[in-house]
Write a new protein. Structure first.
Ligand code: A3P
Length: 342
């Protein structure tokens, strides 16, 4: 893969505009290619809502993503100006994707612009999904993108070691969420396609560490430790903090990627404009987010990405015993790591 940085800073461009097949990059390959079937079928397996997960190097990946993880580890070579948005599913990915795109692309697309890409595209159509491209052997599509490139991933940091090696790599912005809310959000999402799925099933899997891309604690910790060791390379955000102070966290994000808001932008209301454009109500109201599917084959509706958007919703889904169990798992796994959950 070419790694040369473009000297003209015109990125990020909406990926869907440069890639006809933009919708498919958010899709999970249903199964590994023929070439990888042998390797993948030897791995421990579990199933969540018809999705087969395989335990690869300690993480439960959708099975079609295992070859992508191997390829990412071997071949992903970031440009220094790249920014990767990373998260576990249901931790606020879509929101952060939208905020990051609106922030990095604000010179070309001021937040109030009628033709802003977020007014006609789902946020996920604006960014290439790293493992979706690597899983399909289509990572060459990344080479054609102008710098700075903005990409997203659900992979644990261990699967993208090229992203933040000591003294190099690119920038990674991670979003973490209270795991009890994450599991409630995951259940609601999966139920859109599997209405009979029991909450207790998803809950048990989260406690056992076997939800997609989990264990959640190891996913959080990989990025947490990297952010502590190299704060200039990894920014660790929290969904609950973003809810509490979206503008303050947006400023942190902009400073981190080297594009702080100028005094003129502050006075011109650019920060508030981006926060408003990317708010739950605003995104939910866009036509591009009301219709269509994340993956045309699996039929998760795009509108399912925008639900309640609150902290503490777990209280109406979990018994006190369930909450204690999950808190206990998290406390046990995160003990002495310095990472405290909300
Ligand atoms: P809930 O299901 O708890 O409401 P992801 O994008 O990683 O799939 O995360 C989805 C969660 O983020 C959902 O949480 C969804 O409602 C919430 N969300 C999506 N867009 C949001 C926004 N603009 N602001 C706040 N929360 C948002």
């Amino acid at each position: 893969m070419a790694t040369g940085d473009s000297s003209v800073q015109v990125g990020p461009v909406p990926f869907k505009d440069v890639e006809d097949d933009g919708d498919m990059v958010t899709a999970l390959p249903e199964r590994p290619s023929e070439e990888h079937v042998g390797l993948v079928s030897a791995l421990p397996c579990c199933t969540i809502a018809d999705m087969k997960l395989r335990c690869y190097q300690g993480f439960w990946l959708p099975e079609g993503m295992v070859p992508a993880a191997a390829a990412l580890q071997r071949r992903f070579e970031p440009r220094p100006s790249d920014v990767i948005v990373a998260s576990l599913p249901k931790c606020g990915t879509t929101w952060l994707v939208a905020l990051a795109f609106a922030t990095l692309a604000r010179r070309a697309y001021p937040p109030g612009a009628a033709d802003h890409p977020l007014r006609r595209l789902n946020p996920h159509q604006c960014l290439p999904f790293l493992e979706g491209l690597f899983a399909g052997g289509r990572e060459g599509k990344l080479d054609a993108l102008p710098s700075p490139r903005l990409m997203n991933t659900h992979m644990p940091l261990a699967m993208i070691p090229g992203a933040v090696p000591a003294g190099g790599g690119c920038k990674v912005v991670y979003i973490c969420r209270e795991p009890k809310d994450m599991v409630v959000s995951l259940w609601h999402y999966l139920r859109r396609v599997h209405p009979d799925l029991e909450f207790s099933e998803v809950f048990d899997m989260a406690c056992d560490g076997t939800t997609p891309y989990g264990p959640f604690w190891d996913h959080f910790l990989g990025y947490w430790r990297a952010s502590a060791a190299r704060p200039e390379s990894v920014l660790f955000l929290r969904y609950e903090e973003l809810l509490r102070d979206p503008a303050g966290n947006l400023r942190r994000l902009a400073r981190f990627v080297g594009l702080p808001f100028s005094a003129a932008e502050e006075e011109g209301g650019v920060v508030g404009g981006i926060v408003e454009l990317c708010s739950l109500d605003s995104l939910r109201g866009m036509e591009a987010n009301k219709a269509g599917y994340m993956d045309p084959r699996v039929k998760f509706p795009r509108e399912a990405l925008f639900r309640k958007g609150v902290a503490g919703g777990w209280k109406s889904h979990m018994t006190p015993e369930m909450a204690r169990r999950m808190d206990g798992v998290a406390a046990d796994k995160l003990r002495a790591t310095g990472l405290a959950l909300p």
